[in-house]
Design a protein around this ligand. Structure first.
Ligand code: PGA
Length: 248
């Protein structure tokens, strides 16, 4: 039983009505590998626009969601509101939110649970900083981030884990195939110990951090790399080449 290849596009705080329509039109007319599951995450303001114009078969993700059902939480968006708008996924725990907005492992875990309880899939990001890697703390950091989630959530069938070394995000400095595979394998082993063999076999673990049309094919050959979370390159036509990284 193979895991379906998964490619996410994280637009971050980029784009305008016009440029996002252009990206969507490009995806609509592109020949995408039908074996790849594709999800794009525009800024919240453009979620509805994206869903309205994007063809069926490609899903839309929020870049964040709150863990409370509704009420006095200025600036936040709820899981129910995403569902109501046909937004079926959310990114959570991106390092930009963990670092800049100081989101804790526990907060990310609580939001993950809220999203899954409400029927939204989660692209759950994890990853170490350069200092942590150099101190040989990579697996400790990554597994602590994931353990916070497994403490509150045992069903991982709608979680895609995105391993994104912080030092590789937006830097043009991609992890080597060996570096990425090593961590992905470690994550899968941990999933097996923590949540059982089936979860380990079924959960997609995707790589993010300076993925491009140039490096994606080699990375996609690694046994434990089940796809990509793409930032900068998801804004370009080359995103289609990344979607097709496993296509002959
Ligand atoms: P990048 O971003 O591809 O621009 O490095 C990846 C991400 O942050 O998800």
């Amino acid at each position: 039983m193979g895991r379906q290849f998964f490619v996410g596009g994280n637009f971050k705080m980029n784009g305008t009505i016009d440029s996002i329509k252009e990206i969507v039109n490009n995806l609509n007319s592109a020949t995408c590998d039908s074996n790849t599951e594709v999800v794009i995450a525009p800024p919240a303001l453009y979620l509805l626009l994206t869903r309205e114009h994007l063809r069926a078969g490609i899903e839309v993700a929020a870049q964040n969601v709150f863990d409370r059902p509704n009420g006095a939480f200025t600036g936040e968006i709820s899981v129910a509101q995403l569902k109501d708008s046909n937004i079926t996924w959310t990114v959570l725990g991106h390092s930009e939110r963990r670092v800049i907005l100081q989101e804790t492992n526990k907060f990310v875990a609580d939001k993950t649970k809220a999203a899954l309880d409400g029927g939204i899939g989660v692209i759950l990001c994890c990853g170490e900083t350069l200092e942590q890697r150099e101190a040989e703390k990579t697996m400790d950091v990554v597994l602590a981030q994931l353990k916070a989630v497994s403490d509150v959530q045992k069903d991982w069938s709608k979680i895609v884990v995105a391993y994104e070394p912080v030092w590789a995000i937006g830097t043009g400095k991609v992890a080597s195939n060996e570096q990425a595979q090593e961590v992905h394998k470690g994550i899968r082993e941990w999933l097996g110990e923590e949540l059982g063999k089936e979860v380990a076999e079924k959960t997609r673990v995707i790589y993010g951090g300076s993925v491009s049309e140039k490096n994606c094919r080699e990375l996609a050959k690694e046994g434990d790399i089940d796809g990509f979370l793409v930032g900068g390159a998801s804004l370009k036509p080359a995103f289609v080449d990344i979607i097709n990284a496993r296509k002959e």
